[in-house]
Design a protein around this ligand. Structure first.
Ligand code: TMP
Length: 247
């Protein structure tokens, strides 16, 4: 992608999915794997990732007594998002890094839109006010049946307002919403089966990233799990100008 002034920029990857899909684990693993390829990355999350965003996160996820209505949720998520874009994402992209963001604007469409019934069109406008034309280069949707994901979160003790106060039907609408968003933008989205082994999910995400990076060897179709099978930058092809290489 390119910045507004035409300067080359990094690569913006977002991870999305219903509850318990394993996004956060994958975000951390990906940063390590990308470093193996000489790619610098910044890992961040929504809501959060900045001092302001982490405060907003506490309100959004851990203060059910405040009873925010879906419209207030949408505005607060986007307030945190605006700060994250300006303070973390855009500077990292301008440094030529891969930004790995655990949730982004698609989550608002899925949760406050498909889940809570707010207008998708209005939510898109709010996000556009918050982040301008910042768009992910690639969005990986880690898909999982909602019952399985919710069970994982209960087992891990990671219960927030959205698990404790929303019923299973809400989460089913969220999952269906994500799948609809992915179907509508097949060039931006890759859907990965989140019930697979961690290594297999990681290999599929790495393959999707490398296939979109200019100047990298394409990963053959049908590549299976295992770190050795993911390709390395080609010596014969030009190095991606837009990505700062380590070392
Ligand atoms: P997580 O960090 O465990 O994914 O928790 C974030 C929660 O916030 C999760 O339940 C999804 C929800 N959420 C929204 O409802 N809207 C949003 O825009 C975002 C980013 C998250």
């Amino acid at each position: 992608m390119h910045l507004n002034d035409g300067r080359p920029a990094g690569f913006f990857l977002t991870l999305e999915g219903p509850e318990g899909s394993g996004k956060s684990t994958q975000a951390r693993r990906l940063a390590t794997r990308l470093a193996d390829f000489g790619l610098r990355s910044t890992v961040t999350r929504e809501p959060g990732g900045t001092a302001l965003g982490e405060e907003v996160r506490k309100i959004l996820l851990h203060a059910p007594e405040l009873q925010p209505v879906p419209a207030a949720d949408a505005l607060l998520f986007n307030a945190a998002r605006a700060q994250l874009a300006a303070e973390v994402i855009e500077p990292a992209l301008a440094r030529g890094e891969v930004v790995i963001c655990d949730r982004f604007a698609d989550s608002t469409l899925a949760y406050q839109g498909y889940g809570a019934g707010r207008s998708i069109e209005s939510l898109r406008s709010i996000a556009s006010f918050a982040v301008g034309d910042l768009r992910p280069d690639l969005t990986v949707l880690i898909d999982l049946p909602v019952e399985d994901g919710l069970r994982r979160k209960v087992d891990d003790g990671e219960i927030t307002r959205f698990e404790s106060h929303a019923d299973v039907d809400f989460h089913r609408r969220v999952r269906a919403g994500f799948l609809e968003l992915a179907a509508a933008e097949p060039d931006r989205f890759v859907v990965v089966d989140g019930s697979q082994q961690l290594e297999r999910i990681e290999a599929e995400i790495i393959a999707a990233i490398l296939n979109r990076l200019p100047g990298m060897v394409r990963v053959p179709a049908g590549t299976t799990s295992g770190s050795a099978e993911v390709s390395v930058p080609s010596e014969s092809e030009p190095k991606p100008e837009s990505l700062r290489m380590k070392g």
